[in-house]
Design a protein around this ligand. Structure first.
Ligand code: PEP
Length: 251
């Protein structure tokens, strides 16, 4: 099954507006030379509109780092999917491990965010991942299955294809430790099989499953060679133009 590779950079709480515009322009320059893969950047909210202007009319896609489920309302500190659409932002990360573990976002809350995004035509990049303690207790697959079943609850098969899943082992995020390509491949195959059970084989065959966790220039090629790894969600290395350029140009 052909799945277009997808490389996404999560800039987290980094970048002034001017720095974000500069980095986005560098990504646009790379993408004017590399055409057979999708590329997205997720700046902080303050830089989203400015980066939207930089990437407008280019293949570079824009993602938010989170999204609320309502169109508007009394939800201090939140951003609605309608607001994202308004500035040309078509993707939103939901369930990032930092949201789960630092801000205590539950599976149920993440599910509401994901469904709210889909209702407005925003594609969710739905993150899942086990902690080191969960892995060492032999609970990795059970944890991931729970996150997937809860996060995708209520998603219609017709819209399931809009979802991108990002497997990001918590112990590998920002730590310099990467899952081996075999560890990641095994998990991705498990995730795809589960998606097939929840929806059907066609949805599973088309769904893009990204790996995230200390992806860098030196490990991108081997990760992308795995059958079920369809792309990557990159944190730290996405902040450096040259490093991200090399990641986008994976071979
Ligand atoms: C992330 O934030 O999604 C991530 C994978 O970060 P890093 O690449 O820095 O580990």
């Amino acid at each position: 099954m052909e799945r277009k590779p997808f490389i996404a950079g999560n800039w987290k709480m980094h970048m002034t507006v001017a720095a974000a515009e500069q980095l986005a322009a560098a990504v646009v320059a790379t993408c004017s030379q590399v055409h057979d893969r999708d590329v997205a950047v997720a700046p902080p909210y303050t830089a989203l509109a400015a980066v939207a202007r930089v990437v407008a009319g280019t293949p570079v896609q824009l993602a938010a780092q989170n999204v609320h489920w309502e169109e508007k309302g009394a939800f201090t500190g939140e951003i609605s999917p309608v607001m994202l659409k308004d500035i040309g932002c078509g993707l939103a990360i939901v369930g990032h491990s930092e949201r789960r573990h630092i801000f205590f976002e539950s599976d149920g809350l993440i599910n509401r965010r994901l469904l709210g995004a889909l209702r407005q035509g925003i594609k969710p990049i739905f993150c899942i991942g086990e902690t080191l303690a969960e892995r060492e207790a032999g609970r990795t697959l059970a944890v991931l299955e729970g996150q997937i079943r809860a996060g995708l609850a209520g998603v219609e098969p017709a819209t399931a294809g809009q979802v991108v899943i990002a497997y990001e082992p918590v112990w590998a995020i920002g730590t310099g430790k990467t899952a081996t390509e075999n560890q990641a491949q095994d998990i991705h195959a498990f995730v795809r099989k589960l998606v097939g059970e929840l929806f059907d084989k066609t949805v599973a065959g088309h769904m893009r499953i990204l790996y995230g966790g200390s992806v860098k220039a030196e490990n991108i090629d081997v990760l992308m060679r795995q059958e079920d790894i369809d792309g990557v969600l990159v944190g730290g290395a996405a902040l450096q133009a040259e490093e991200f350029d090399r990641i986008i140009r994976f071979q």
